[in-house]
Design a protein around this ligand. Structure first.
Ligand SMILES: [Zn+2]
Length: 486
């Protein structure tokens, strides 16, 4: 340990001399890649310290580009660090501290069929396609371009409007401003109704890059596809009227391509504030169908437990039929995407990827990363389904508002054009009173009646999810139905 410290100090002195004329920064990366790069371009990298198979380095921008040339990679292949001390400390704390992680509260149960199954039918491939094209049309989303910041600002508006269109007053969207990039991240929060201080997070990165010049970096697959995937999964959750017990956050990270900068700042802040994040899933590249299996779960820098839970979700919900999704596992590389920022802070993260690593889209990080390459988002749709399953099963349906299983098919309830229609004749239940609640649990309407079927004219209601409670004669348990007012 002392040896490394002394070595690092000596190197620091030499680096400071070099650094004066160069555009360099601190990072951590795999020792193997660091050594290869140092041999190839000795002036562009200094290895400051090593621990096991990781290295803390100082590297120039040229060095980081050489890393891309040398190693066929997705993602930066390194993690940006603010200082030498941070870089050295980061590798001495093993990146995956799950063994002594006391934060995890996830029980890995699969219980939410009543919500998940209707949600799968709501996910629209067309919405994913439209959103990818929207993002591609910025021309570039390279983190230091004005268009990247604009994309973040516009995504905030898009998510706010999406939540508002379903009347979701429990949803907020914020920009997260960073120290090491001018581009903000975007975070959508669905407040947990029962356990708001436990978080489940899905994310993708909003920025793009191109080895051929960053003024033309469409980034359709990498990673407009991930942003479109998590957006459509979230929209489907709104459409089905899902109200989570735990808080859900949907994140569009800034500046992933320059060393996971956005996600690293967010995960560091969450860890510093002791935020209880129970599970994270990354969605980075979902468009290109390059392997015989649909989903490749990345097995390095991820949680094995959480990964096998996501496999169980696919076994449970997607084993066959129109929603079938097949899967395998693959390894990525050092810091290949934002999940590594979360595992680096001791949180459980998983990363379902578009193909086995190496069989993924060869056009990423180029001007050719365009939607027209696949011309369909059918592959991404499978990831949106997995994303929705993950969010619903980890966050869990708020029991107070849960759809009552008793109802199933024998009871018919709708709200249309301000009229509540119900028909309980098939179940021979006579309704004695009805209460209607807003999503916040406020009673907005009540009536007493004696009928198996009726049409009730309602007062003007706010749009979005409402809960109707039907009390019936000889039945102590009210029948609860979730309804959407348009
Ligand atoms: Zn990416």
């Amino acid at each position: 340990m002392k040896y490394f410290y002394t070595l690092a100090l000596c190197l620091l002195i030499s680096i400071q001399v070099t650094a004066q004329n160069q555009d360099g920064f601190y990072a951590t990366m795999s020792l193997h890649h660091a050594k290869a790069l140092a041999k190839d371009v000795p002036n562009e990298i200094e290895i400051l310290s090593t621990f096991r198979n990781e290295a803390a380095v100082w590297m120039t921008q040229t060095g980081s580009h050489k890393l891309h040339d040398r190693i066929l990679t997705h993602g930066p292949g390194y993690i940006y660090r603010n200082s030498q001390e941070e870089a050295v400390t980061a590798i001495q704390n093993p990146q995956n501290r799950l063994a002594d992680n006391t934060r995890a509260a996830l029980d890995f149960s699969i219980t939410e069929d009543a919500t998940v199954i209707p949600t799968l039918d709501l996910i629209q491939t067309q919405n994913i396609e439209d959103h990818i094209l929207e993002l591609e049309n910025y021309g570039t989303r390279y983190h230091n371009r004005a268009s990247a910041t604009q994309a973040a600002v516009d995504l905030k508006t898009k998510w706010e409007e999406m939540a508002a269109s379903y009347g979701r007053t429990d949803v907020s969207v914020r920009l997260f401003n960073h120290s090491n990039t001018q581009m903000p991240s975007v975070i959508l929060t669905i407040a947990g109704a029962e356990i708001p201080d436990e978080y489940v997070i899905v994310g993708g990165h909003l920025d793009s890059t191109s080895n051929q010049g960053n003024d033309n970096a469409p980034g359709a697959d990498d990673d407009a596809s991930g942003i479109a995937t998590i957006t459509e999964a979230t929209r489907a959750l709104f459409e089905v009227g899902f109200v989570p017990k735990r808080t859900i956050e949907v994140m569009a990270y800034a500046a992933e391509e320059i060393g996971l900068v956005g996600s690293n700042e967010i995960a560091s802040q969450y860890a510093a504030n002791n935020v209880n994040v129970v599970a994270v899933s990354q969605f980075d590249m979902t468009l290109f169908n390059g392997s015989s299996n649909d989903v490749s779960f990345i097995s390095d820098f991820t949680s094995g437990e959480l990964t096998s839970y996501m496999m169980s979700l696919l076994d449970h919900y997607n084993a066959s039929g129109e929603h079938q999704v097949t899967y395998s596992t693959s390894v990525c590389n050092y810091g290949c995407s934002d999940h590594a920022s979360w595992t680096g802070q001791g949180y459980m993260a998983a990363f379902p990827f578009e193909a086995n690593f190496g069989q993924h889209n060869g056009n990423i990080h180029s001007t050719g990363d365009m939607f027209s390459l696949t011309n369909t988002a059918s592959h991404a749709t499978k990831f949106a389904k997995l994303c929705a399953e993950f969010l619903i099963e980890v966050a869990k349906n708020n029991e107070v508002l849960a759809v009552n299983d008793v109802l199933a098919s024998s009871i018919y309830v709708t709200i249309q054009d301000g009229i509540l229609s119900y028909d309980f004749t098939a179940s021979q239940k006579e309704v004695t009173s009805i209460q209607l609640y807003s999503i916040k649990g406020q009673e907005v309407y009540t009536t007493t009646t004696v009928s198996e079927r009726d049409q009730v004219t309602l007062p003007t209601l706010s749009t979005g999810v409402h809960i109707a409670t039907f009390n019936t004669e000889n039945n102590t348990t009210p029948i609860v139905k979730k309804l959407i007012v348009n």
